[in-house]
Design a protein around this ligand. Structure first.
Ligand code: AMP
Length: 283
């Protein structure tokens, strides 16, 4: 595995792979890697010849009162995990490499960036779309792998890729969970033992609603109410919404199209997100 910190060296290295007609897979991350990230790597290795992982804690997607400065980091551990997972190139630029001093051009996503996390994290998806677009241009991958845990991020990135005619295939990888159901997240490390136990309410609520959906419940209010009962033990529920899988607008009741039940909640001072897809059985 090669660890690379500059765009110039990344380009030189990938040019060789491309001229050998290798299919390049890419998984962008903010590091502090866990099995969720490694599932993206595994999916890339299964479909591509060369797998690139980036680690970059992107300042433009954090709000002024968010956890940019305390975001967990352990580069040496991440590097070993990537090497052991069969990553070919680990791209770890610093902030100056990605955002030189004169930087002033952003990608401004539209309606998909407004609800859910977009409503509570102003500018977040503008920062995400901008850095993802830049990383796409730096790596020029054939396929990029994102996690379903960040469902709205996947939707925004897919739309950007279409709208800007980027010649890249986007693959969404299912959420990887701890054995008890908690969605893996770098931010889980902020949780105390007691908070970790209470955080389980999130996946339990989602699974309870998904069970009812599988049993035939199609009423949006009822499905949300089922999840909501479990979510009483979180410290602050930011949103719990059942949205249309394509538009991310509140789903019409009864459900007739694929929908996603999405949650953002604080446990202690840690903000966690999760979701389940409610896909209608094919007739
Ligand atoms: P992050 O480092 O949190 O920005 O995440 C980088 C990528 O890993 C994103 O595409 C995330 O959706 C994905 N990811 C994070 N957590 C998980 C998880 N538990 N399962 C699957 N993918 C994940």
């Amino acid at each position: 595995m090669q660890t690379i910190t500059t765009v110039a060296e990344l380009r030189r290295t990938l040019a060789k792979a491309r001229s050998a007609d290798k299919r390049v897979g890419f998984a962008p991350t903010m590091g502090y890697l866990h099995d969720g990230h490694l599932a993206l790597v595994a999916a890339s290795r299964a479909q591509c010849d060369v797998t690139v992982v980036s680690i970059f804690v992107n300042p433009t997607q954090f709000g002024p009162n968010e956890d940019l400065s305390t975001y967990p980091r352990d580069f040496l551990r991440d590097e070993k995990l990537c090497r052991d997972a069969g990553v070919a190139i680990l791209f770890a630029p610093d902030a100056q490499e990605v955002y030189p001093t004169q930087f002033e051009t952003f990608v401004d996503p539209g309606e998909l960036a407004k609800p859910l996390c977009g409503a509570f994290r102003p500018g977040h998806f503008r920062g995400v779309a901008t850095v993802v677009c830049k990383l796409f241009n730096m790596v020029q991958p054939d396929v990029v792998f994102f996690g379903q845990k960040d469902f709205q991020q996947c939707a925004v990135v897919r739309r950007m890729t279409n709208d800007l005619n980027l010649p890249i295939e986007i693959v969404t990888v299912p959420t990887v969970r701890e054995p008890d159901g908690l969605a893996m997240s770098s931010r889980n490390r902020y949780l105390s033992e007691e908070e970790r136990r209470r955080a389980l309410a999130i996946s339990r609520g989602l699974f309870a609603a998904a069970d009812e959906f599988r049993s035939g419940e199609r009423n949006v209010e009822k499905l949300v109410a089922i999840a909501s009962r479990h979510l009483k033990t979180v410290d602050r529920l930011q949103y719990l919404e059942l949205v249309d899988g394509d538009t991310l607008k509140t789903a019409d009741s009864p459900l007739r199209r694929p929908a996603v039940l999405c949650v953002a909640a604080y446990v202690g001072s840690t903000r966690l997100i999760d979701n389940v897809i409610l896909a209608l059985p094919t007739p």
